[in-house]
Design a protein around this ligand. Structure first.
Ligand code: PLP
Length: 499
């Protein structure tokens, strides 16, 4: 049995070695490695195990060569993958070593729940949210779960608001189920009014019994990320409906935000208060725009201003926070709603006794009971780098994104898409960390994503834009370095034209 201190020092040494290795030169495995890895996968349970030594060899030599470089390579620009900071990597290994189950607040037994609460509070500070205003806060497995938690709280709240004119006991979906609660409230639908929703919001609507068709897109024709305000208000005032307003704070395809300043958010707040609606912000990576301070980032600073007026906020840890998968976070202003939705009743063995510190047991305010101590990597990383460190990481990522955008804008072969404003300067200053583009040659454009992936030097995702295929860079790794990475990107984009 090793002492705690010994475990930490052994793991730190191991992590330090991993991080001294050079950045992987290729982002995808060689075809032979993939084939070999896939053929090597054990398809049947052995009766006599292979043993630890052979299994380590198997993982190291057969299986791991079949993984992509993912979060380990800053040149992996697919999806919004994120990276892993050194502090987070160390902490994540400690999480496994100590295997804490963070479901019940047990202050006499472990500090795990104190760390989770502190990590969430530090995160609030990083994002310029007053921790005392966000008393319902919890780590989740990712933004999809945070959106699900958010819509579940919103659903409970709007039904209460819609029932406010009726006397008697609280009308709760958590208690009565959605059908009876809706009937009691005298309404026939809960609608989610939004623009450019992430697919996971629609999935959450399905999981929660609201239905995918309850998600209503009220975008402006010419700027699809912005709300058509008159149409929004029309839907809100519709009798028989209770409403959730879902704001996409940076959309995955373009990086564009649904709002562009405090005043717009104030308008939403006023409407929500008038009609008893709940405002949920999906800021999976957009919420991190709030760490920026430089005038070069003013449009992003403005777009993420006012989000503190929402009722709830989704954020992702495994994206721009650069902690390992799987980590998301959720903040809500309505602590009283949390146990009405997530209260885990009647488990006497889980009772926690009086706690003077006001920390809720996570099992009563989130989806899971037993849960991973995913708060520790967040705590470690925020402590290690602070707000200046995180600002520096994000600024380097934006610098690289804008350098790529400048290159595309100047190129005769490529076209930068989803540009904002009518000057180059405005367009560039609106770029966050996503760059959408296509090849001008239509034949090449159809194969562009695959050709770029075939280079194995950089990886990015394909999408569609205005009915045609398009490519998108999502820069989301703390290691981003314009001097090192831009030449690699340019080379790949040029080779693709010339072959
Ligand atoms: C990535 C993303 C999600 C889903 O997040 P997961 O972490 O994959 O669950 C939701 N919303 C937005 C805006 C995203 O970018």
């Amino acid at each position: 049995m090793h002492s705690n201190a010994e475990i930490i020092s052994r793991l730190s040494a191991a992590i330090a070695t991993i991080h001294q290795e050079p950045v992987p030169q290729t982002v995808l495995p060689a075809d032979e490695a993939l084939t070999h890895a896939r053929k090597s996968i054990q398809q049947h349970l052995p009766s006599t195990g292979l043993g630890l030594e052979e299994t380590i060899r198997h993982l190291q030599h057969d299986i791991a060569p079949g993984f992509n470089a993912g979060s380990r390579s800053p040149n992996y620009y697919g999806f919004v993958t994120g990276g892993v900071t050194q502090a987070a990597a160390l902490a994540d290994n400690l999480v496994t070593a100590y295997d804490q189950n963070v479901q019940v607040h047990l202050p006499k037994e472990t500090v795990a729940t104190n760390i989770e609460d502190a990590a969430l509070s530090l995160l609030c500070e990083l994002l310029k949210l007053d921790p005392s205003q966000w008393p319902h806060r919890i780590f989740t497995t990712g933004a999809t779960s945070s959106n699900t938690v958010g819509l579940a709280c919103a659903r409970e709240y709007v039904i209460t608001e819609a029932s406010a004119h009726k006397s008697g006991t609280t009308n709760s979906i958590g208690e009565l189920g959605i059908v009876r609660a809706l009937r009691n409230a005298g309404i026939d639908e809960i609608q989610i009014v939004t623009t450019v929703p992430h697919s996971s919001l629609i999935k959450a609507a399905s999981i929660l019994g609201l239905g995918r068709t309850s998600v209503k897109d009220v975008s402006l024709k010419d700027s699809p990320h912005k709300f058509d305000m008159p149409r929004l208000e029309k839907l809100l005032e519709q009798p028989g409906s209770a409403s959730i307003i879902a704001i996409s704070a940076s959309e995955v395809n373009t990086g564009l935000f649904a709002t562009s300043g405090l005043e717009e958010m104030q308008q939403f707040r006023k409407l929500a208060d008038t009609y008893g609606a709940w405002i949920h912000v999906d800021g999976a990576f957009g919420i991190f725009g709030r760490v920026l301070t430089s005038p070069a980032h003013q449009p992003i600073i403005d777009a993420s201003a006012g989000l503190e007026l929402a009722d709830s906020i989704t954020g992702d840890g495994h994206k721009l926070l650069n902690v390992p998968y799987d980590c998301g976070f959720f903040f809500s202003k309505h602590r009283e709603i949390a146990p009405r939705v997530f209260g885990n009743p009647n488990a006497a063995y889980l009772s926690t006794g009086p706690a003077s510190d006001n920390i809720a047991s996570p099992l009563n305010i989130g989806m899971e009971n037993s849960r991973r101590f995913r708060a520790l990597p967040v705590y470690a990383s925020l402590t290690a780098y602070g707000s200046d460190g995180y600002r520096d990481m994000l600024e380097r990522q934006i610098e690289l994104s804008r350098a790529v955008a400048e290159y595309l804008e100047d190129s005769e072969h490529y076209e930068l898409l989803a540009k904002v404003g009518d000057s180059r300067e405005i367009a560039m200053n609106n770029i966050y960390m996503i760059v959408l583009f296509r090849a001008k040659n239509e034949v090449l454009n159809k194969e562009l994503v695959n050709k770029i992936k075939d280079s194995k030097k950089i990886y990015l995702s394909g999408t569609a834009w205005e009915g045609k295929p398009a490519c998108r860079f999502a820069v989301s790794n703390w290691q981003a370095d314009v001097k090192r990475d831009l030449p690699i990107i340019k080379q790949v984009l040029e080779d693709v034209i010339n072959t």
